[in-house]
Design a binder for this molecule. Sequence first.
Ligand code: FAD
Ligand code: NAD
Length: 405
Amino acid sequence: MKKPKIVVLGAGYGGLVTVTRLQKALSVDEANIVLVNKNDYHYETTWLHEASAGTLHHDRVRYDVDSVINRSKVEFIRAEVQDIKPDEKKVILNTGEVEYDYLVVALGGEAETFGIEGLKEHAFTISNVNTARQLRDHIDYQFATYALEEDKKDERLTIVVGGAGFTGIEFLGELANRVPELCKEYDIDYSKVRIYCVEAAPMVLPGFDPELVKYAVALLEKKGVEFKIGTPIKGATPEGIIVAKGETETEEIKAGTVVWAAGVRGSSIIEKSGIENMRARVKVNPDLRAPNQEDIFVIGDCSLMINEEINRPYPPTAQISMQQGETVARNIVKLLKGEGDLETFTPDIKGTVCSLGDDDAIGVVFDKKLTGTKASFMKKMIDNRALFMIGGPSLVLKKGKFNVL
Ligand code: FAD
Ligand code: NAD
């Protein structure tokens, strides 16, 4: 009998948890497992703010896919997914095609620019290793060029971060630590640097614990970050950004660097595939299958699940992606073995910790509020746990964060 073929798209948190669980649960005789990813490495998306600010080398945030998969059980295809054809049960790659019996889509998210003019052309995002390298190098270049220029343009040293969500705040935490180092390196007076955080909502980290938000804002302000809240970004230009001022007016903020950290959507591959979606995310069934698709599971940032308690979508997080990967692996094994009803997925949110640089953080873990070194320690433990879940203790020893205090 032909062995069923399970194809997993994306070697991020969700994809790698799925594959590592499947390779453990199934023998080579039971299934062909195929993993497709555009790079031969996995990157820790949750550490990209560090690589983007230059406080952590980009090689520290990635590891080889080969180091966590069992190549005798899993075929790895390094390729870019271009389309999914559910009717033909195949995936189109830039290198060819791959057919599937069961498909797991775990392609992660993309920056959401809400159609705001100029952002795609003039703003940086924190999305992957390439964008992180580009942003870090761009900031370095601005400082190096400023030091060299005769006719000094101070706006070269202005950095705008759009969005005071977790990504924006974690990046600002790193940046606030990195900028003094850059000033020293390039002999630049710190007072010439301006770091703005521009947020549309009336508060930083909308919806998060107000006491913890106050702590974060005070710490970042002390390090020189200027917050402009209730200020939606309306556009970006080669010179900076345009923000709303009052009901009808706009204002320009000149800046050498604009970072857009104001939201994520699912993968454009989902939209192209014709699978029912909202902003490139699939509202999955409780067993994590796409609606009307018996053989397609969608997890991570490509998936959408409603938290019935508050009637709002769960936020797209690595925490949920990894839990979904575990459920999907079990559900696929059930389907292969004909073991009855599929498992229903319910997120088990253990907490949220937001770093404020390497040395500080805020968070709520198991309903307990944390700040300072305790929170920072917890954040590193969470980062190490993600490594452990995918690659076990050897990966933690190789890539883990041990500079805990
Ligand atoms: P990802 O882990 O993003 O992986 C997607 C994979 O698919 C990547 O390997 C990518 O290369 C590959 N891929 C994409 N498109 C293609 C294609 N066309 N062809 C082939 N391969 C492709 N969440 C938390 O829970 N805790 C945190 O502390 C946290 N911190 C964050 C910090 C930052 C700076 C950011 C940006 C996000 C953070 N998040 C955090 C959110 C979290 O990173 C995402 O929710 C999570 O990465 C989603 O996991 P995923 O498995 O869906 O996709
Ligand atoms: P987000 O959607 O959570 O936050 C985006 C912010 O940008 C919001 O505060 C929004 O009001 C603001 N915004 C939107 N449009 C704007 C505009 N035109 N002008 C100015 N501000 C605007 O996005 P994120 O911070 O990238 O987070 C994405 C996901 O990743 C979330 O689910 C988050 O929980 C998760 N994440 C978690 C952590 C963590 O747990 N430590 C860290 C980073 C990201």
